[in-house]
Design a binder for this molecule. Structure first.
Ligand code: SF4
Ligand code: SF4
Length: 715
């Protein structure tokens, strides 16, 4: 451990859920408030004691939040007490209870700022989202009352797919109501916000939004303080953009400050004097703490792990000594890509999202698309220090790679089961997989879903992109949530990718939009009409492709009937399997079912073909399969069945489909060949040609893999 990787804690912000009660029923609420009274809330006396303890640690900003803090009877007293102790007090509210009288009481505290949540720019949309008719007008009236009383206003918006298109309107609204700050808060799917998970921005959309914010922020200058909250990698985006601008000779202003987390109603009071100088993304446990209505202290309100409770311990003791906070302060503890990222000191990734997604709050941030330099080097076979990686003669790693690709155990303790097969301990299996991930061999372990069985429409797409447009086109495809695999290939149709869109979507329309935004000359949709083989298993010990590949008789899968439990499990399993002893138990708890139910349902989905396989996705280039040829055959209609089955039987063929043709694309049978070099791929194609008697084919080699990921299919 190096000292420079330890962050010295300095308490700058405390968000305090002084009540969980609320008068609204918002979809995204971390507090999951149901409007009722909550038992066990800290009493007034306990609150004063907590304020005393906070003040012992300095003069952080205290955010009174909820629920809705204004439903608590002693809110003014607590505020006044904190101010008397030298704290700067702000409030996160839904704004609907701020009458002129309430505003006058708040001013008397005196409250420095009030942040009000507005997620939509119109009354209809906002009321629907907030679960109460008139909520928008009441919030606007509350804002006006607070302003009249002389209290600063900040607007917070929870951003999802539902309102990302309204960001400009929300910004304009914030300016029109006289707010001094506007903080888009990028959804953290916990509490009642879990229900919004299906409309959370994809990591690509998230990245795009952060870049958009960077641009708008620059245009706005001092007009309004504008920054995203709880998107730690905005700091990374800022650094990257500033670097690009410096290289292109543009004048760059010093970096943008980050937003920070509070309670649910905009305990995000960034932009407050003193806040602008904060230069780290996630402050949980290093500069920020959250206190729940029952006194649990957490890294933030979205990060549901307790560092201790103020009823049993002093806040000072919890802040200084809790193992949770101390683990967050040591960057050497961070795992996954955040653990090796060159931006981890200024960013750190969202610990709440990591916890929600993997059960381990030290894991990589799941909503960040950035590939740290160290992992890019690992992909090309070199680590950050320049050491090349290879499996060498490590038989355990080789066997482990083969096992997790082909027969990942669907049992309560899968790593224990793998260890038994390999003759090593469960802990060793877990640490070997971690290492294989860090070195770029394993991408993730998860189910591979059949999009057709889930009702999605999918197709292979071929594009002809002029060299001048290639990079832009690839970026557009990287950003598209429905593109899973994308390659440049050595052909006049130089961009090839798979596209899947939700059941209600229209492939032709989506392709038209993609053609417009990529600026390509031609885009062909080549959907499958028959399926002969799918499945990829790359042996790590020179034995070629393995038995995990599945063969079919040609019929395409059709949409499956899914029960509510099926849907819950499908949605819950679309993540990298946590590297903990009982990974299914961890996911099951989040879904509110038992691990036995989850595993049984998972097996049932496998049997029904909804899950094609449950396995590790590996980087086949890293284990030596550096060449892949997409062979495309012109087969007379009456011979497709026979040829498809023969070609699919070759072990080096991972996928084999019949596809629609087009005037400019006569080839109807596609077979993907993987081998250790191009010459070997050609030999295998020759074998296929000999065995089928077909000679009219082309072999398109991939020259660049610009995207490869298991995409999410929410159902
Ligand atoms: S990988 Fe982690 S530390 Fe690096 S930019 Fe992304 S979220 Fe931040
Ligand atoms: S863990 Fe950090 S970035 Fe994530 S919600 Fe909490 S404070 Fe924000």
């Amino acid at each position: 451990m190096s000292d420079s990787n330890i962050i010295t804690p300095k308490l700058q912000l405390v968000a305090w859920e002084i009540t969980r009660g609320c008068n609204l029923f918002c979809a995204h609420c971390r507090a999951a408030s149901d409007g009722t009274h909550y038992s066990g809330e800290l009493t007034s006396g306990e609150c004063f004691k907590v304020v005393d303890q906070i003040a012992e640690l300095g003069k952080p900003i205290l955010i009174l939040s909820g629920g809705e803090p204004l439903v608590r009877h002693d809110v003014y007293e607590i505020g006044r007490y904190a101010v008397a102790k030298g704290l700067r007090v702000v409030m996160g509210s839904n704004g609907t209870l701020i009458t002129a009288e309430v505003a006058a009481h708040l001013k008397e505290i005196p409250l420095s700022r009030i942040s009000v949540s507005l997620d939509f720019p119109t009354p209809e949309l906002q009321d629907k989202f907030r679960g109460q008719k008139g909520a928008y007008e009441a919030a606007i009236a509350g804002i006006a009352n607070a302003r009249k009383a002389g209290i600063e206003i900040q607007i917070n918006s929870t951003i999802t797919k539902l309102n990302v298109g309204y960001l400009n309107d929300l910004l304009a609204l914030a300016q029109s109501v006289g707010a001094c700050a506007f903080h888009p808060f990028l959804l953290v799917p916990t509490g009642r916000g879990k229900g919004l998970e299906s409309v959370a921005l994809s990591p690509q959309e998230y990245e795009k939004t952060l870049n958009w914010i960077y641009d708008r922020k620059k245009e706005l200058g001092e007009a309004i303080f504008f920054k995203p909250t709880c998107s730690p990698h905005f700091l990374r985006v800022t650094k990257q953009r500033e670097k690009e601008e410096r290289l292109s000779g543009m004048t760059v202003k010093p970096g943008a400050a980050m937003g920070h987390p509070g309670g649910h109603h905009g305990g995000h009071p960034g932009g407050h004097p003193g806040m602008e100088s904060i230069t780290r993304g996630c402050l949980a446990g290093t500069g920020f703490a959250f206190i729940s209505h029952r006194g649990d202290v957490q890294g933030c309100g979205y990060f549901n792990v307790s560092a201790g409770n103020v009823r049993g311990k002093s806040f000072v003791d919890i802040w200084n000594n809790s193992s949770l906070f101390n683990s967050l302060r040591d960057l050497d503890n961070y795992k996954g890509k955040c653990g090796i990222c060159e931006y981890r000191k200024i960013c750190g990734g969202c610990r709440a999202r990591a916890y929600e997604e993997t059960g381990d709050y030290l894991e990589g941030e799941p909503y960040c698309v950035y590939e740290p330099a160290a992992s890019r080097q690992a992909e090309s076979g070199r680590d950050a220090k320049g050491d090349s990686h290879s499996l060498g003669t490590n038989d355990v790693d080789k066997k482990l790679l083969n096992l997790i690709q082909s027969e990942f155990p669907l049992v309560r303790e899968p790593y224990h089961a793998l260890g038994e097969k390999l003759g090593v301990s469960e802990d060793e299996v877990i640490s070997r997989i971690k290492e294989l991930k860090a070195k770029g061999f394993v991408r993730q372990i998860s189910p591979v879903f059949d999009p057709r069985r889930l009702g999605y429409r999918s197709t292979l797409v071929a594009m002809k992109a002029p060299a001048s447009r290639l990079e832009q086109a690839e970026q557009t495809l990287i950003d598209h949530p429905g593109v899973s695999h994308g390659y440049e290939r050595n052909h006049k149709f130089n961009l090839w990718f798979t596209l899947a869109i939700p059941p209600a979507g229209d492939i032709a329309e989506e392709l038209r939009k993609l053609s417009d935004s990529t600026g390509v000359e031609t885009a062909l949709a080549l959907p499958a009409t028959r399926l002969f083989k799918i499945g990829t298993y790359f042996s790590s010990d020179n034995e070629g492709m393995g038995s995990a590949a599945m063969q079919f008789d040609g019929a395409l899968p059709v949409e499956a009937v899914l029960s509510d439990l099926d849907k819950k499990v499908v949605n819950g399993l679309q993540q990298d399997l946590p590297l903990v002893r009982e990974p299914f138990g961890m996911i099951a708890r989040r879904l509110g079912i038992s691990d036995g139910e989850l595993i049984a349902q998972c097996r049932s989905l496998l049997e029904r073909g909804v899950i094609r396989r449950f396995s590790a996705s590996i980087n086949h280039r890293r284990i030596g399969y550096t060449a892949n040829a997409m062979t495309c055959w012109d087969v007379p209609p009456g011979k497709v069945d026979e040829a498809g089955k023969k070609i699919a039987a070759l072990r080096e063929v991972s996928h084999c489909y019949e596809r629609k043709t087009d005037g400019s694309w006569p080839y109807n049978l596609f077979a993907m060949i993987h081998a250790r070099d191009e010459e070997m791929c050609r030999k295998i194609a020759d074998t296929a040609s000999r065995e089928t008697g077909l000679s009219n084919y082309v072999a398109l080699f991939s020259t660049k893999e610009f995207k490869k990921m298991r995409i999410k299919y929410p159902v």
